[in-house]
Ligand binder design. Structure first.
Ligand SMILES: C[S@@+](CC[C@H](N)C(=O)[O-])C[C@H]1O[C@@H](n2cnc3c(N)ncnc32)[C@H](O)[C@@H]1O
Length: 484
């Protein structure tokens, strides 16, 4: 498509958007959290044709994500620098990196990466999309081009990447108007596939029969679609009001093919959303859950860590206990990863040995009380032996948060030498540094880069400590559900 075609599409989309928006009544799907209302208020929306040509350049401030901010400071620069190292950690084969072609629609600033060229925000999408591709190959339907639905697609980076890595018959996006406007111009322009804006007055558009289909949330229940092979939602349902996310998940349950998969990667307990407080609030326990893993994308050391879940339609009532699902979600949010592998596998398989059940029960009790002291007492209980390495780490965090840091300082070398995984290690080092800085101890030593892969994370942590920003303790208080 040339610039004139893009401009013609934009003019047509702008008119169509005005038209269908007037028909979009209030439904649970269209509810917008305060977080997103504020985001829309802070950026440019519904760009004109001239500005759309630069919509992915940071100067337009039209896209949200790493490398898209208009104002650059040391932290935003570090965030961009960390992206290639996070991608490196995912062993994505060279031929996959070579196959991806970032379109230059919207003038993104690109840099070389492994013989290819990418903008930070686009490259940042590669690992999580690669994970979706792996999940489809492992659990999804085979032997047919896929019918895909994405809820909350941003400007469409993930959608574009999926088209380059999977054989896709049709792709339907449900999103709020401000983002749907961008994706419904970006994707047809970049992919050159047939496209359709859903208009409830035209029954044919409700069938989502084009290669690319775009719909406002209010028309979700009116869609007249064949079942989807893949429905996915990433970094989005956790940012919606809880009732809205649960309504989408109930809708997904009735719109998946029997061998289709729902790929979910979200956080919860997010301020200014009135959103899901725990994983079970989304209603995921009504599916057959095939895998639960911490999500791979991680820009700032204090970002909430998302739970990534592969779910399939359940034959009965679902294979996982909601309280155990919540324990896994809460441990993941805190940064635990290698320590939870056995728990995650046991919960998904339904094969729960007595020591694992005992660990789940004590952890559920720990996350269910908001009292720091009560959590600490539960960890003194002999039943907590079944927690393995999780126990000394939780004890340490609670002591550091509770101002009883003596034992935590004695245990420091021991606890930091456990196989924590780099997310939890940087958080724990950050928490130590924060507490030690208050006591004028040499916190810099604590934050010495512990792995070259995370040098930028270490520097971000240093900045927070230098600014006396209690980001690590605030993060752990929230993730451990301690009353503030
Ligand atoms: C942080 S962005 C994530 C975009 C993309 N999934 C990614 O991971 O880069 C959150 C997305 O959720 C969408 N969203 C928020 N509330 C929504 C709602 N009620 N219905 C549909 N989408 C919504 C936003 O418009 C946005 O596209």
């Amino acid at each position: 498509m040339n610039f004139r075609d893009i401009n013609a599409l934009m003019a047509q989309r702008q008119r169509a958007f005005l038209d269908v928006s007037a028909l979009a009544g209030e439904t649970v799907y269209g509810n917008v959290s305060t977080l997103w209302k504020d985001m829309f208020a802070s950026r440019s929306n519904f760009l004109s044709a001239e500005n759309f040509n630069f919509f992915r350049h940071p100067s337009s401030a039209a896209v949200i994500g790493v490398g898209s901010q208009k104002d650059r400071n040391e932290t935003t620069v570090l965030e961009e620098q960390v992206v290639p190292t996070v991608v490196d950690a995912h062993d994505i084969p060279d031929d996959v990196i070579a196959k991806i072609a970032e379109p230059l629609v919207g003038s993104p600033p690109v840099e070389p990466y492994r013989g290819n060229l990418f903008s930070s925000v686009f490259l940042h999408n590669v690992p999580p999309v690669w994970r979706v591709v792996q999940a489809v190959k492992q659990f999804g339907p085979t032997g047919r081009p896929l019918r895909v639905c994405e809820i909350g697609a941003g400007f469409g980076a993930g959608a574009l990447l999926l088209h380059q890595l999977l054989d896709i018959e049709s792709y339907t996006i449900i999103d709020l108007p401000e983002n749907l406007y961008m994706s419904s111009i970006f994707l047809p322009t970049a992919l050159g596939r047939s496209h359709n804006l859903v208009d409830p007055r035209d029954r044919e558009t409700l069938k989502c029969g084009a290669q690319l289909n775009f719909t406002l949330p209010s028309f979700t229940d009116a869609l007249d679609v064949r079942p989807f092979d893949l429905v996915w939602n990433r970094a989005s349902m956790g940012e919606m009001p809880g009732g809205t996310a649960a309504a989408y998940i109930a809708w997904i349950k009735t719109h998946l093919a029997p061998d289709g998969i729902f790929h979910f990667a979200n956080r919860f307990n997010v301020p200014r959303t009135n959103g899901a407080m725990r994983l079970s609030d989304f209603g995921l326990q009504h599916f057959d859950i095939r895998a639960i893993t911490p999500m791979v994308r991680f820009a700032r050391p204090t970002n909430q860590i998302h739970s990534e879940i592969v779910a399939m339609p359940a034959r009965g009532s679902g294979n996982i206990r909601p309280d155990y699902l919540d324990v896994i979600g809460d441990l993941t949010a805190c940064g635990f990863d290698p320590q939870t592998v056995a728990f995650r596998e046991a919960a998904v398989s339904g094969n729960l040995p007595a020591d694992v059940t005992s660990a789940f029960d004590v952890l559920a009790a720990i996350f269910n009380t908001s009292s720091l002291q009560h959590k600490y007492d539960l960890l003194q209980n002999p039943q907590s032996q079944s927690l393995g390495d999780i126990k000394p780490v939780l004890l340490t965090i609670l002591e550091l948060l509770g101002g009883a840091e003596g034992p935590a300082l004695v245990r420091k070398d021991e606890v930091l030498s456990l196989n924590l995984g780099y997310k939890l290690e940087i958080r724990l080092r950050g928490l130590y540094a924060e507490i030690e800085a208050k006591k004028l101890l040499p916190w810099r030593q604590t934050l010495q880069p512990f792995a070259s892969q995370s040098a930028q994370h270490t520097r971000m942590a240093e900045i927070l400590v230098e600014q006396s920003n209690p980001a690590f303790s605030t993060r752990f208080m929230r993730d451990l559900r301690v009353a503030s």
